[in-house]
Design a protein around this ligand. Sequence first.
Ligand code: NOJ
Length: 761
Amino acid sequence: MKLPASSLLTAAFLLGQAKAGWTNESEVPFYGLSPPVYPTLQGSGSTSPTWTLAYKRAREFVSQLTLEEKVNMTNGFTGVCVGNSGSVPRLGFKGLCFEDAPAGIRGPDFVSAFPAGMHLGQTWDKKLMRAYGKALGEEYHGKGVNVALGPVGGGIGRVTRAGRNWEGPGPDPYLTGEQMEAIVLGVQGEGVIACSKHWLLNEQEYRRLPSALGESMSSNVDDATIHELYAWPFMNALRAGTGAIMCSYQRANNSYSCQNSKLLNGLLKTELGFEGFVVSDWAAQQSGISTANAGLDIVMPNAGWWGKNLTQAVNNGSVSIDRLDDMVTRTLASYFFLDQNTTLPSPQIFSPTVQHPILDVRGDHDKLIREIGSAGHILVKNTNNTLPLKKPRYVSIFGFDAEVKPVPWTNPLRYGGGYEVNFGWETFNGTLIVGGGSGSNTPSYIISPFKAIQDRVIADRGVLRWDFYSQDPVPEANTEVALVFINAYASESFDRTSLSDEFSDTLVLNVASKHPNTVVILHSAGPRVVDAWIEHENITAVIFAGLPGQESGHALVDVLYGDVNPSGKLIHTIAKRDEDYGNVLNSTVDQSAFPQSDFTEGVYIDYRAFDRDGIEPRFSFGYGLSYTSFEYSGINIAQTTGAHTSAYPSSDVSVVQGGHPELWDVLFNVTASITNVGKVAGAEAAQLYLGIPTAPIRQLRGFDKVFLKPNETATVAFALTRRDLSIWDVVAQQWKLQSAVYNVSVGASSRDLRLNSILSV
Ligand code: NOJ
């Protein structure tokens, strides 16, 4: 068993663990199994009037059920949806239909393929995040889906090369929290239960499940880090009312997440007041009684360890009837919370292999997808204003990422592939619009970059040349601009082995060696290093084009030709070399029967680690160029009247869903002015970084995006809550506000801080 390096760190780690109730020291001296039964908090329905009403209806319903009917409701069955829970036909309850997932309903036809969560994050636009959730909710509702298996806020992206980092908005908990909150509100506003996932600490794919080698990986994390980094975004999702939470595959501090009483009964249901139900990730249940008593409410996709065993466990007292009633009450409470008994149509999810009626739920979401698509494109290099393109008459396109795959999808349910690696490199053999696995989507069509650029060239009465497959293509003599497309693929089920690939880097260098105006467009499922070519003088512009969904080509052309001024910003630090990400570059490889992954870096991932270690990134977190320039001025910090700045939230106030209500009190309002000093209109995502004493030197604690015409000025505003200013106190087991001076900076990226000030608590 590996131990944290320094004994000091070990001591602090263990103190934190013990205070937090993670350890059962008589059994496990260092890493704790959570206690087998942590006090179970029954859903109370007391945290808001809507939950109270939902609980009243749920309890009435449950009082009519037999033991077998209750047990039947707690597990999954094969059916039309990716998950189908048990029904009670005699009382008109049809069971719940669960569908993936975060970037569009995966599987059926006549649905939209939305940009991935990472791409949405790159917009830094809360309005677009909310609109995305609403549009998703409309589609789920239209198809009769009760539970949407998103948004994703975990894995948050601790491991730079982890396979699923693109499903959510990246390694900053504040940004991820804002996005989760907006999506939950949007989805649930349409009457669909959002299932925020994965709770918690599923930060890598390698050994996420038990295998012939032994148990799954254990993510070993101290209590403060869990609060300040990994649970943080879920607090926002809970506050927004998320009706479901999915527990994750791997072990957390050596106890499987779906039987981790500290995580489920403790943190989620007691400390954060969760009123809805916990569903297991698919086949994540590893025991029967322990999962029931630890707080799991529904198992998927089948009966798992429950079914008749659960009936027996209740009959012999191993699981109390109260616990079973609580499982079913929580499930029905979420269902009634969103009035699904009256508003939701029956699920209509058809197999693509049989003829079926058309049910088109796309509305005009293509427009929103295009808008999010362009807003999430990040311009990182633009020498001599190469972009926007000025109606070139002779355009050349290179690289297989410019066009859709020439062959049918391997898996008809997933454009993004089912765990495939193409060409022997971690690239996708076709234009990449989403990553692979369950977070992939099912586009009804794809506007490829090639299609959209060709339409534009036709309109400009130009000439287009292309070569998708050569690694050493030759631009024709008259070519004005050579557009090179590359991608970096990632998927559920495996972690990446590199943040670049030789095939693509060589392609870029070959074109650049032959053409003085080479523009690189890069679709990537996670961070991608570019130092093999970024400084090449013939590479005049570079766009990180993310994972933009079905309108990919349109969104790109909007930015390339200047119809939309780029405003996307990085949600990851882009390092000069893979190794600069330090100990979190790779997933932990441990071949032992009880593999351990120690998160010894605490909250120091991504820019927090680069800042601490003084490592110069290639492009910093929050960075992105525009076709105009912005000036920042006039930072103002005002303490709110009546703000209580005692060290801890009041002890006599009860928890609401999302935690202690005072954590959301605004203590300070910060404003600044942004002026567009360039010649074209554009949007700027201003960012607020806070230097909390005893914490990383700076952490994102606000962002605000404004659209400005030339010479126009607008105010950006950031509300700092008690939580934003607090650290987790492992001894007091509460968020603590320190009486101290805090540095406040507002800027264009984490390394481009334009305005600096302080506030005192
Ligand atoms: C496993 C994935 O981890 C989860 O995110 C997904 O929702 C389920 N499979 C269902 O497909």
